[in-house]
Design a binder for this molecule. Structure first.
Ligand code: PAF
Length: 309
């Protein structure tokens, strides 16, 4: 069984190694010939450091422009790239291809599911932590677990895991309400990511009393939007859930902080942008979320101009 992986960043490489370790053939789909040559120079080896031990996985690689058929596809691209990347390779997807979307944000997964129907699509969220230290080289900071569930399950169909995923040496939990898990991750990201990106701080620094009012207001706005969308979030308050994640990932620099500092596009539109758009549609106010959305957009443009100067 072969899994093609779109998006060879930290999470893509982590799953490439996990799938290879479970006995699957793995093909990384890269964008450019230069990336393909880069991987060839590494003897097609993806390296993942887990608890100070390097795990090496030999993978195959193709550019997205290749033409071989795809039967199993794992999408780990940034949220803003997913739809375009999927559209670009959709002619290669078998009519019954299995597709797993492991991306941040909300809304784009449902659009991908519509575009790819009637193929079986799973969406997922992972608490695995990983940091890219070079091309196809990743340090795992936490094993975590991955929840996945079907987005488009026809009435009466079997709600199982995708091929090969039950044999992963990593905890994969089948979630019958994956939309709730996606919303939970969205809500956490909508608090931690823009705040750490704009204040230039690690996740744990948000525990300081200095940020408590901002955290509380953001959480209230997001809980209100979720509730108007009739979407349950956590059994605790969102603030409690955010504080727990900030504590458990205290040393992490959030993905948005990393992207913004490196002058890369961020996922702000698919995270805070989604919350604000949903609120607008429902006639709800989200002043602090809107302020953060505009502030991150502004910073992105400023960085971009700096880079072009
Ligand atoms: O996007 C991220 O960095 C992570 O999802 C989270 C939970 C904020 C931890 O760093």
């Amino acid at each position: 069984m072969r899994w093609h992986i779109l998006g060879a960043g930290a999470i893509g490489c982590l799953f490439a190694e996990r799938l290879a370790r479970a006995g699957c053939d793995v093909t990384l789909l890269v964008r450019t010939e230069a990336q393909l040559e880069g991987l060839n120079r590494l003897d097609n080896i993806v390296s993942v450091q887990i608890d100070n031990t390097w795990h090496l996985a030999r993978v195959d690689a193709e550019t997205v422009a290749d033409s071989s058929a795809i039967q199993h596809l794992l999408v780990c691209t940034k949220a803003y790239d997913g739809l375009d990347a999927i559209n670009a390779i959709s002619p290669r997807l078998a009519p019954d291809a299995q597709i797993v979307l492991l991306q941040n944000g909300y809304g784009h997964q449902q659009k991908s599911a519509l575009a790819l129907a009637p193929r079986p699509i799973w969406a997922g969220v992972t608490t695995s932590g990983a940091r890219r230290t070079g091309p196809f080289r990743v340090v795992q900071s936490g094993e975590g677990e991955t929840q996945i569930g079907r987005l488009n399950l026809p009435e009466g169909a079997d709600h199982g895991l995708p091929d090969g995923w039950s044999t992963l040496d990593h905890r994969v939990v089948l979630n019958g309400d994956i939309n709730r898990a996606l919303w939970q991750k969205l809500a956490i990201n909508a608090v931690i990511n823009p705040l750490t990106a704009l204040h230039g701080c690690r996740n744990g620094e948000l525990l300081s009393p200095v940020y408590r009012q901002e955290l509380t207001t953001l959480c209230t706005e997001i809980e209100n939007v979720a509730s108007v969308c009739t979407q349950p979030l956590f059994d605790t308050t969102l603030l409690e859930a955010v504080l727990e994640v900030a504590e458990n990932t205290a040393q992490n620099r959030s993905s948005m902080l990393e992207d913004l500092s490196a002058g890369r596009p961020t996922e702000i539109e698919q995270i805070t942008g989604f919350i604000c758009a949903a609120a607008r549609e429902l006639g709800e106010e989200t002043p602090l979320n809107t302020e953060l959305l505009n502030a991150v957009r502004f910073e992105q443009r400023r960085k971009n101009r700096e880079e072009q100067a």
